[in-house]
Write a protein that binds this ligand. Structure first.
Ligand SMILES: Cc1cc2nc3c(=O)[nH]c(=O)nc-3n(C[C@H](O)[C@H](O)[C@H](O)COP(=O)(O)O)c2cc1C
Length: 184
């Protein structure tokens, strides 16, 4: 029996998968990250944005009084989960040297809980046809974490050279995603 001293705290890892494409490369990597998280004895939940309704932030700031957004869609519940998670992984295709618009829309909706979700590690997993300039790809997440005290980008997986749906499944990036999940 583990004593109180030696018992490991089980982490809740939230994985947000932003591609809408069938047989998505970034989603395949998100699933491998989840397997790695579980192999390490932690908990993983994968949320696929294609199954959710996420409207655009209108900048009305009603959230600053109400503590939640007035738009009645799936974002409030996801933002709550981001706030409660011990670590958050974002999986996205690269679109025009950046993250997907779907994911950026979710980042913007997080303003509803500001100054949360603070003080936690974030990870970025991105698939792309070419090997893009990583500073550009991660810039939106860097901007996001820089606005939440103690939040930081703790790790990333840059999966370049995958274009066709499912192409990533034959690459070394599957194991790299599993290993990333195990290290969280
Ligand atoms: C609108 C759009 C823009 C894209 N822009 C880039 C890009 O700037 N650089 C790149 O390497 N690949 C780009 N791609 C290719 C995707 O990043 C690539 O196919 C990726 O594997 C898709 O991941 P997914 O299967 O998870 O959606 C773009 C694809 C689309 C549809």
């Amino acid at each position: 029996m583990p004593t109180k001293k030696t018992a490991k705290k089980i982490k809740n890892v939230l994985i947000i998968s932003a591609s809408f494409r069938p047989n998505s490369n970034s989603h395949a990597l998100c699933q491998e990250v989840a397997k790695g998280v579980k192999a390490a004895g932690n908990k993983a939940e994968v949320i696929r944005l294609k199954d959710k309704k996420i409207g655009f932030c209108t900048g009305c700031y009603a959230c600053q009084k109400l503590g939640k957004c007035v738009i009645n869609d799936d974002a409030n519940a996801i933002v709550e989960k981001i706030c409660r998670a011990d670590a958050v992984v974002f999986g996205t295709p690269v679109y025009y040297f950046s993250i997907s618009g779907q994911l950026k829309a979710l980042f913007d909706r997080c303003v509803a809980k500001w100054p949360e979700p603070n003080g936690k590690p974030y990870y970025l997993v991105a698939t792309m046809a070419e090997n893009m300039d990583w500073d550009l790809v991660k810039a939106p997440l860097q901007g996001f974490v820089d606005c939440f005290e103690g939040a930081k980008i703790k790790g990333f997986l840059k999966a370049g050279g995958v274009y066709e749906p499912g192409a990533v499944k034959k690459t070394k990036f599957m194991k790299a995603a599993f290993d990333l999940g195990r290290r969280i």
